[in-house]
Design a protein around this ligand. Sequence first.
Ligand code: ZN
Length: 225
Amino acid sequence: MTERRSPQAVWNNLVAGNERFVEGKPEHPNQDVAHRAASSAGQAPTAALFGCADSRLAAEIIFDNGIGDLFVVRNAGHIVSDSVIASLEYAVAVLGVSVVVVLAHDSCGAVQAAIDSRQQHPEPLPPRITTMLEPIIPAVQSVWLAEHSGTPYVDPTKIAAEKVNRHHLRDTVSQLLYSSEVLSEAVAEGRLGIVGAHYRLAKGRVEPVIAIGNFDEDLVEKSEQ
Ligand SMILES: [Zn+2]
């Protein structure tokens, strides 16, 4: 493990890479033959990313990073599971990453499927997909009932999917902290910061929604709005 960098320094580096990607001026760092060969001796990523598996959230591309830079865990709808937690704990405890980015995005198919599943007469889904969507349901119900307390059945044309998305993103960050002592202790000791962020498909921009841990005040404050 190389020396651990501060969460803010690692986040700044990710923001800079995303900015290059947004501007269409990527540098494609750490992707050359020499780096590939050198990195075969061991990995020392500075950040882990836990994001939706959507094909448009190509982690290294949107942060203009390269081989060995990001430890990436993804599944449909960024659903927390034992294997996800174990992978992130490995990234923090063994590899020494100082930031975990939880990445959601607009037009998320998993969020939409969770919304659709709460209609009065939903289309049946394969059982494993129904089970996988369960952690998104509290966000769907919370957003729906806040404005439509008269009926438990969701009308997908009348619910703000983006609100559900953000709610689920916050739930995901909370669940990681709640479920993992390794992660919550690292945050409490200032070694780790967790940023829940929202990726804009069209613009390519990664927007922080919630930041927890040893970050500059303005990032934490901005994320609380
Ligand atoms: Zn998605």
